[in-house]
Design a protein around this ligand. Structure first.
Ligand SMILES: NS(=O)(=O)N[C@@H](CCC(=O)O)C(=O)O
Ligand SMILES: [Zn+2]
Length: 324
């Protein structure tokens, strides 16, 4: 872009370059695919990391989603860090090598490229959150991708019906092309009637939290969440939080949300999943725009936590001592 509020952050064109570089350097364990397009026509990319990467093996799959919210640029840096960690570490670090051999890992490095590019197109940040899709009858564009998912969409006062709101849920579930594309990708991982993805993390900023479903209700146990399923999420959330120092909690403990990816991944696809709210802990730390000088430290901070999720991906219920 002509201007750039902080060149240390990775814009869309640069991200495509990084992906191509990683895949070219590790063609046997990394592959890139286009899973769809954003409203403005940018490719929505998936990077698969696994041995025999071109073969769909019968292995547990793990999904990492980044940048649903445009201004949360540190999450794209987290994707870049994970791509490099899991490929450069292969063959050298035995734990990483085993995880890449025994899992199929999907990284979606930026699922809202239109919003991200809009936010960094000027000489100062624009504080943009949503996608860039126009809203009929309104001069305010944008749907909040994390309120547009189809499980309990708009059920519970956890989103807005006003197009100018930053939590606008859209006119219908999956009305945002970016949500429809990612939801279709996840549905496409059902093979032989079984969802191959067992666990997932959706990265956001900020507040240093690890959140688990449900967001639409304060109840721990409810329709679609048994005590064992809740305890599995909580135990795994706490296990990861021990590694990165984030605060683990149910997502509704933060505030009620509806139509979030958390609730859909679990409620509709039974994928044990978490939202990470990355650094900083508060606005004082830079809010959505910490200086790019923190990128290396704050992405590396999540390595152990992510590897713990990958460890448990074969059977998350193992963490509460169940086979399930
Ligand atoms: N990243 S953020 O927008 O500040 N917080 C997320 C929290 C997500 C959740 O509670 O599930 C959101 O409101 O979508
Ligand atoms: Zn967010």
């Amino acid at each position: 872009p002509l201007a750039d509020p902080d060149p240390g952050y990775t814009g869309y064109a640069e991200l495509v370059g990084v992906i191509d570089e990683v895949v070219a350097a590790h063609p046997d364990i990394a592959a890139r695919s286009v899973i769809g397009r954003s409203h403005e026509g940018r490719d929505l990319l998936a990077v698969k990391i696994s041995d025999n990467v071109d073969v769909d093996e019968d292995q547990p799959e793990v999904l990492f989603v980044h940048a649903q919210h445009a201004r949360e640029h540190l999450t794209v840096e987290m994707a870049v860090h994970l791509m490099r960690l899991l490929t450069d570490g292969y063959g050298g670090d035995p734990r990483i090598t085993d995880l890449v051999d025994d899992r199929e890992i999907w990284i979606l490095p930026n699922v809202n490229p239109d919003g991200s590019e809009y936010d960094m197109a000027g000489s100062t940040w624009r504080n943009w959150r949503k996608n860039r899709q126009p809203n009929e009858g309104s001069s305010s564009p944008g749907t909040d991708l994390n309120r547009n998912w189809a499980y309990e969409w708009g059920c519970c006062g956890g989103s807005s019906g006003n197009p100018s709101s930053i939590t606008y849920r859209g006119p219908a579930p999956e009305s945002a092309p970016e949500v429809r594309v990612v939801a279709d990708f996840v549905r496409g991982r059902v093979v032989g009637g079984e969802q191959q993805i067992t666990t997932a993390i959706d990265f956001h900023t900020y507040s240093e939290l690890i959140l688990w479903p449900f967001g639409h209700t304060y109840d721990d146990v409810t329709n679609g969440m048994t005590r064992e399923e809740y305890d599995t999420h909580a135990a795994l959330g706490e296990h990861m939080a021990e590694a990165n120092g984030y605060t683990p909690q149910q997502s509704s403990d933060l505030y009620v949300t509806d139509g979030s990816i958390n609730d859909w991944l679990w409620g509709d696809q039974r994928i044990v999943n978490f939202t990470y709210e990355m650094y900083p802990r508060s606005a004082a730390g830079g809010g959505f725009y910490p200086p790019s000088s923190v990128i290396e430290r704050e992405t590396a901070r999540n390595e152990e936590a992510v590897l713990r999720l990958l460890d448990y991906a074969d059977c998350p219920y193992r963490i509460i001592g169940e086979e399930a």
